[in-house]
Design a binder for this molecule. Structure first.
Ligand SMILES: C[S@@+](CC[C@H](N)C(=O)[O-])C[C@H]1O[C@@H](n2cnc3c(N)ncnc32)[C@H](O)[C@@H]1O
Length: 304
């Protein structure tokens, strides 16, 4: 499971700095005009009066736009950090790696697990047929969550987990950035099978190999319908392979989840999705939500 991309956080912080600098400069200019000596006369006095009126309106507009400025200045002075950012929802200020931070983060993760299971229960209730698939299982954390959902629904769906069980392939720096490296997230098929009690769960199938090799052939090729797909292969090329496989299999009403949504149209899963969606106008996508780990949830509709 990936954390929000550090590059996105750094970019947002930079943008915020630029906006603040712009606002500081604008307010300083307004101050300068307003504090001009009043001993001018005639036309100049009239011009200055008009400018002052304009300034007052502009200042009111600015403070309406940036209503947190006073609070944030105070917060920064009091605690020595710029936080929270307006219009965002920070989940914790507890330092990463501390038990308190873990409690908050894992509490939110539990919430997402329940959400995913709720979506599958909804598919069951609506009679949406199809298998469940995760591309990129690593140690099996999400596979366990999905397996429990299948069991709660009576075990009628097959749950597929595809992975190299050797970790990530070589990332492409131009399309993936420098977040990942080859071999990252390696877990063996044996350890994941044991952890997931695969031999006791006949509905659960783990398939070892690179997506480009395993998805076009049996047993994957024999799957006809998919009702829930979770793409967690991190990389652009991995996501391209998964989406190509899903094109003819995603049923109307299916859930499509991206675990590593990027906040740029030119990278990773976002780029792969953008290209795939453009090439497949038969789909309409309903945005269900996104969480702090950039896990994006969509409902897929097939146009009639
Ligand atoms: C971030 S991990 C998945 C985490 C997992 N979903 C969980 O619940 O913890 C990414 C996984 O994708 C797999 N992967 C990425 N690209 C792949 C590809 N092209 N073929 C096969 N496996 C791939 C890696 O081996 C790795 O286990």
């Amino acid at each position: 499971m990936s954390q929000p991309p550090p590059a996105a956080r750094a970019l947002l912080a930079r943008l915020r700095g630029l906006v603040e600098a712009e606002q500081r400069d604008t307010l300083a200019a307004l101050d300068w005009i307003e504090n001009r000596p009043a001993e001018t006369a005639g036309d100049e006095a009239a011009t200055i009066a008009a400018l002052r009126a304009e300034n007052a309106a502009l200042r009111a507009k600015l403070s309406g736009l940036y209503q947190h400025a006073e609070y944030e200045t105070w917060f920064e002075q009091a605690f020595g950090i710029k936080f929270p950012t307006p219009n965002t929802w920070p989940f914790t200020t507890f330092q990463q790696g501390t038990p308190w931070c873990d409690k908050v983060v894992y509490g939110m993760q539990d919430g997402e697990f329940l959400y995913a299971q709720h979506l599958i229960a909804e598919l069951d209730a609506q009679g949406v047929a199809g298998d469940i698939v995760e591309f990129g299982t690593y140690g099996g954390t999400w596979m366990e969550v999905l397996a429990q959902a299948v069991e709660k629904g009576g075990g009628g769906r097959t749950l597929w987990g595809f992975d190299s069980f050797e970790g990530l392939p070589e990332p492409d720096a131009a399309k993936d950035g420098n977040i990942w490296h080859k071999g990252q997230y390696a877990a063996t098929l044996e350890e994941v099978s044991t952890r997931l009690r695969a031999t006791e769960r006949p509905f659960l199938k783990l398939v070892k190999g690179w997506f480009c090799d395993t998805l076009p052939v049996e047993p994957a090729a024999a799957v006809e319908k998919i009702a829930y797909a979770r793409i967690d292969g991190d990389l652009y090329s991995s996501c391209v392979d998964c989406l190509a496989y899903l094109t003819d299999r995603l049923v109307d009403g299916a859930i499509l989840v991206f675990d590593d949504w990027q906040f740029t149209i030119n990278h990773g899963e976002t780029l792969a999705f953008r290209e795939w969606a453009a090439a497949n106008p038969q789909f309409r996508f309903e945005f269900l939500g996104m969480n702090m780990w950039a896990h994006l949830y969509l409902r897929v509709h097939r146009r009639p």
